[in-house]
Design a protein around this ligand. Sequence first.
Ligand code: SF4
Length: 379
Amino acid sequence: MTPIALAPHVDGAELGGEALPPIGDLSLAGLRDLSVEMGHPAYRGDQVAAWLYRSTVRSFADMGNLPMALRQALAARFRIDAMAVEAEAVSADGETRKVALRLPDGDLVETVLMRYPVRDDGTGAERATVCVSTQVGCPVKCAFCATGLMGFTRNLSTGEIVGQALHFLRWSREVPPVVRNVVFMGMGEPLMNYDATMGAVALLVEGAGLGVHRLTVSTSGWLPGMERLAADPFPVRLAVSLHAPVDDLRSTLVPLNRRFPLPVLLDACWDYQARTGRRVTFEYVLLDGVNDTPALARELVRILRNHDVHVNLIPMNPVSSLPFGASRPEAVEAFHGVLRVAGMICTVRREMGRDIRAACGQLRTEVRERARAAVAVAP
Ligand code: SF4
């Protein structure tokens, strides 16, 4: 196991007043209103947004073109860093970095940076993607997920979600490639925290200037959120965590399937596609001997055939406390082969960060267990 750097505030962040709300909780319009409320022209709000999301400064004092009185008034009411880094883990190849971020109420969430180099054959481009959390814990309780084991604590605010992306956006400006993609795929079910998630989407697009087509919201199949997303002014990419092509098995792996079984889930996907014109991605975590047989691959082809979809096969990052293992490479290849022969657009996600327990929830669990152990041995 790769040792995890455990150090409070390892990036030097201080929350600067535990009681102050993160300024990232305000929309761009909210920043303009705030500026007026503080006795300044509305355009000052746009300047604040530029400092926060384009320059990614960490102090109001650094907002050089703002009047000093406004900088001081902002610092008295808000903080910029929504969270402080509690622990950080870096994969042996340096391409995956995971941080456990401490919230003001003491809980932890995880954020992961994945850097993809140019492929060995010279194709593709260097790129960096941040995977952000949207909830503390998760109410969906998928059977193979470390976060699902924790249960649900609370929703994150917009500022707490966008703050995760900004953490690595800032870092990647020093160590390119610069982050251009954000996936809402970490701890939690983003569509059960719809307003805060889409508030973060708006700030990343309109504030930080990321392309909306580079943002992906992943759902385990929360239909009320999918219906709202189909009508949302920000047409993000939709990824659906499928994990099984038959109801019995999917209900075992993703309990939400009992409420929204496959036929209604797929109808919602096709409705999203018809209304947005966007391809839907289906995520499929391959679990050894559970959902990785050729017969299930053929069933997957059958239910997705005739639609514009991308299937992303994900080798599982094993979680020691759960009875699931990663599929054997032959099984992955056979499953992939069935989909390829059927003409489906299908990729096998590169295994990233297994040595730092990159599956969501694992770093948070480890940090908490270490903290408990430290308390237990304290004199
Ligand atoms: S896989 Fe996603 S939706 Fe399922 S329990 Fe884990 S975080 Fe929640």
